[in-house]
Design a protein around this ligand. Structure first.
Ligand code: XMP
Length: 519
């Protein structure tokens, strides 16, 4: 399914790579609208009028088996420029008579260095400066397909960039969409502007008017209900819907008691007073704490919090008549991931809870105004809607909140201790100008106590763990390298100001093997 049939765009055919969505993001970052579709959807496509370029993504499958995932051969006759990435390159090579082999000698994982063989429009202003690329392939093209030429090789693999300029078909074995590839953006720039000759027309902020009109036309005089968490997605969705239907939007904020210090009240006030939204605050922390008493299993905690949230939300929403729609802050990556090209589901690591996963049995129609946008695009929309910076650029925060950052059982006292430590940590990050360089940062409490000495007395108190990661989309992450003076400072500040903590540790694991949250 495509969102905008009449908009000029680049279509990305998803062969199941974990990073397909990054291709779409990179292209949109360059001011060109792009959408991701499955190979099946491409098969059914009949109107190619507004398709200015096609990109075949990478993927886990292989073209060395008899039934491989493919594209209709007629696609190559439509004179639409094509770029194949990883599996996409191998598919092109296969369909044009090249040879592909799985081989220990040619496989490459991680970094590789490009060696220039020929000039090409695709590598203009690229190969002379940037040669470090990121690889993830077992199969490799070992015989050039007919009418193709080699643009670059690596030590292990001879055919790393290939092209057929007559038909405007290009292929790269590496992943220009990931940040580990040096200046991969230039490859996309060249493909879009030199090869597809497409114009820069896309900007998320310019979509505001259209989105508001669409909401108005869809909702008419009915009511929309929305769970507002104060995170970026639900906040932008609420502001947008409010602009369209005003008082017919009912926002419900459930205070679980598991939010950051002062945050919930602060957010409530902003939406009520500054934006004048119709918002109701439900104070439910006692209920949450009582149901979570003595529960330390992470999955149990997540289920209790998620189910309680839904129950409260359902109960509240029944108090309003004429509600026909439920608003959710679903984003484009959720849509891409929910229609996997292979139909396979990745194994479940944690049961996620967020306000976006609200009850299906409520029998309400969904309204998802952000479903065509990436998170950074939502922030651009947020800015144009006047969303305050401290909400618009806030780090992601999990639905179960501090509940999954207190390892072991949750008590109101442990929540208080953690809120204080986390407050100091985040405040110091903002003060030192580091907050915006970090994708997500938080403090957590570990379930053990250790001995310390303060003044002349022995203490036996909690350990506070600090986490800060850089990431692109939360799927993978690296720990953030703090300057030494920040580290020296923060441990002191937390211990001196928070009674109940006598040791601070910093988490230096990446994801994988760890996850970002502790539970
Ligand atoms: P993990 O811990 O899985 O986290 O590496 C990846 C990202 O997801 C966030 N997260 C959640 N977000 N509901 C949410 O809305 C959840 O239940 C949940 N669990 C984790 C986490 O904060 C990180 O940004």
């Amino acid at each position: 399914m495509q969102f905008h049939k009449n908009k000029e765009k680049v279509l990305i055919i998803d062969f199941g790579s974990q990073v397909t969505k990054l291709i779409a993001r990179r292209i949109r970052e360059l001011g060109v609208y792009s959408e991701v579709i499955t190979p099946k959807a491409l098969n059914k496509l009949s109107n190619f009028k507004n398709i200015k370029g096609l990109i075949f993504s990478g993927g886990p499958s292989t073209v060395t088996i008899s039934k491989f995932q493919t594209v209709p051969k007629e696609i190559f006759k439509k004179k639409i420029p094509i770029l194949g990435i990883c599996y996409g390159l191998q598919l092109i090579a296969k369909l044009f008579g090249g040879k592909i082999k799985p081989s220990k000698k040619t496989r490459e994982f991680g970094r590789a260095i490009l060696i220039k063989k020929n000039t090409s429009l695709l590598t203009k202003n690229y190969l002379n400066t940037s040669k470090l690329v990121w690889m993830s392939h077992e199969d490799a093209v070992i015989k050039l397909p007919k009418n193709f030429k080699t643009v670059a090789s690596t030590k292990n693999s001879k055919l790393t960039i290939i092209e057929n300029t007559k038909n405007k078909i290009y292929g790269v074995q590496f992943h220009p969409e990931v940040t580990h590839t040096d200046n991969g953006k230039q490859i996309f720039k060249n493909f879009l502007f030199l090869i597809c000759k497409i114009k820069q027309k896309w900007s998320p902020a310019s979509q505001e008017k259209r989105l508001i009109e669409e909401i108005k036309n869809k909702v008419k005089d009915n009511k929309v209900i929305c769970a507002l968490s104060g995170g970026v997605d639900s906040s932008v969705a609420a502001l947008l819907i409010n602009k369209a239907i005003k008082k017919n939007l009912i926002c419900i904020m459930v205070d679980t008691g598991l939010m950051r210090k002062n945050e919930f009240q602060h957010t409530y006030k902003i939406f009520k007073k500054k934006y004048k939204l119709n918002v109701k605050l439900i104070k439910a922390s006692n209920l949450f704490f009582s149901k979570l008493k003595n529960i330390s299993n992470p999955e149990k905690k997540r289920k209790i919090i998620g189910n309680l949230f839904i129950k409260i939300f359902e109960k509240e929403s029944k108090k309003y008549s004429n509600v026909k729609y439920l608003a959710q802050g679903t984003l484009y990556p959720d849509i891409i991931e929910s229609r996997s090209s292979t139909g396979s589901k990745t194994s479940k690591i944690k049961s996620h809870h967020n306000v976006g996963g609200l009850p299906k049995k409520m029998n309400l129609n969904l309204i998802e105004p952000l479903k065509e946008f990436f998170k950074d695009e939502v922030r651009i929309l947020g800015r144009s809607l006047g969303l305050v910076k401290n909400i618009n650029f806030k780090h992601p925060f999990p639905g179960p909140g501090l509940g999954i950052r207190i390892v072991g059982s949750i008590t109101s006292e442990r929540v208080r201790i953690l809120q204080e430590a986390d407050y100091i940590y985040i405040r110091e990050l903002i003060k030192s100008g580091l907050y915006d360089k970090i994708w997500q940062a938080y403090a957590a409490l570990l379930p053990i106590k250790t001995v310390g000495v303060m003044g002349d007395s022995r203490t036996y108190e909690n350990i506070c763990l600090l986490r800060a990661v850089t990431s692109e989309d939360g799927m993978t992450a690296d720990y953030f390298s703090f300057p030494k003076n920040f580290m020296d400072n923060i441990s002191n500040k937390i211990i001196n100001n928070v009674k109940g903590i006598n040791r601070v540790v910093y988490d230096i694991t990446s994801k994988p093997p760890s996850t970002i949250e502790l539970e």
